[in-house]
Design a protein around this ligand. Structure first.
Ligand code: ATP
Length: 306
């Protein structure tokens, strides 16, 4: 079955399926959606950070009874390391991120940060330690300054500008008529997906968390925007424990570890070159993505011709 399903899954992943996924990650990560059963254990102490090492230990998880999603999943992300998760649509990548934010608890096994079971630490302290750059950033109907400053309570204008500079979005903001006072969001100025994501990155820089979840945008960015985001991603990952939910394999070539998921299981793990040499699912995904890129290039060239 695996032999038959993997190529199908791979196709879905590389082509439209992932791109068309209806999942709005910001909403899913959104704390408002937090299930009521997730609460602080009585007298739970705050998370004590010591580098931010993450471990999923034999995790079994399903959102509803009778439909398991993650099966006996173990994964370690060393302090300061970057782990990228790839896999078909619905394979469980975002679920890992949600468990790390403790939006849900595993039914079996545990998720720890620096050895502390997330079930037994103060939720607030965990959420403060983790920054999220969602794939589909929803901006508030407010100024750009507000949207960035939301990353850290009490941040001053100088901090906001420094964060925007780090996210390489300062110049763009300065080119707008009202600069940092420009109102964005649904009722304000419309920004492109890449611009919105960079504002989310600025917000994350301001928060300066030891742990970072980066959910790569599935929507097509042009090569320049993609390279710029890549650059910022590398910078934001530096010195932080980073979990990337990856949709474009080209952005994760340098990750310390790549894990390939298929229907709730990790089926391959290693660095980019190791996985290519294995000639397994990752290598298939890689080759398909190269083909897809060439196809898109051709499509663009044809579109330019009269
Ligand atoms: P994509 O690349 O499309 O974003 P993914 O690998 O991130 O996919 P997940 O979002 O982790 O996949 O979903 C894994 C499975 O869990 C899917 O079958 C999905 O339908 C299911 N699922 C996700 N969220 C919920 C939810 N809140 N309630 C019930 N099932 C859910």
């Amino acid at each position: 079955i695996i032999q038959i399903c993997l190529p199908l899954n791979a196709l879905g992943f590389v082509f439209r399926e992932a791109r068309d996924a209806l999942v709005n990650t910001e909403k899913l990560f959104g704390l408002l959606q937090q299930p009521v059963e997730i609460q602080d254990a009585p007298e739970a102490p705050p998370l004590k950070l010591a580098g931010g090492a993450v471990a999923f230990e034999q995790v079994h998880f399903g959102y509803e009874p009778g439909r398991p999603i993650l099966h006996d999943l173990s994964l370690e992300i060393g302090a300061g390391q970057t782990v990228a998760v790839v896999g078909g649509s619905g394979s469980g990548k975002s679920t890992l991120a949600r468990l790390l934010l403790r939006l849900y608890d595993p039914q079996q096994g545990r998720v720890t940060v620096d050895g502390q079971d997330l079930k037994h630490v103060q939720l607030d302290s965990l959420r403060r330690a983790v920054g999220v750059v969602p794939q589909d950033t929803v901006l508030f109907n407010d100024t750009i300054a507000y949207n960035i400053g939301y990353g850290r309570q009490g941040a001053g204008m100088a901090d906001i500008i420094a964060a925007a500079q780090a996210a390489q979005v300062h110049e763009f903001i300065m080119s707008l008529p009202e600069q940092y006072d420009t109102v964005v969001g649904e009722r304000g100025m419309k920004l492109s997906g890449g611009e919105k994501q960079r504002i989310a990155i600025a917000r994350a820089f301001l928060k300066n968390p030891p742990l970072m979840i980066f959910d790569e945008a599935t929507s097509a960015l042009d090569t320049r925007a993609e390279r710029a985001i890549q650059h910022e991603l590398d910078r934001i990952a530096q010195g932080r424990t980073t979990l990337i939910i990856a949709h474009r394999l080209s952005t994760i070539v340098g990750a310390d570890q790549i894990v390939v998921m298929d229907r709730g299981r990790i089926v391959e793990r290693g660095r980019h070159e190791e996985l290519l040499a294995k000639e397994g699912l990752y290598a298939q995904l890689w080759n398909l993505q190269l083909q897809q890129e060439q196809f898109e290039k051709l499509e663009r060239r044809m579109a330019r011709q009269p």
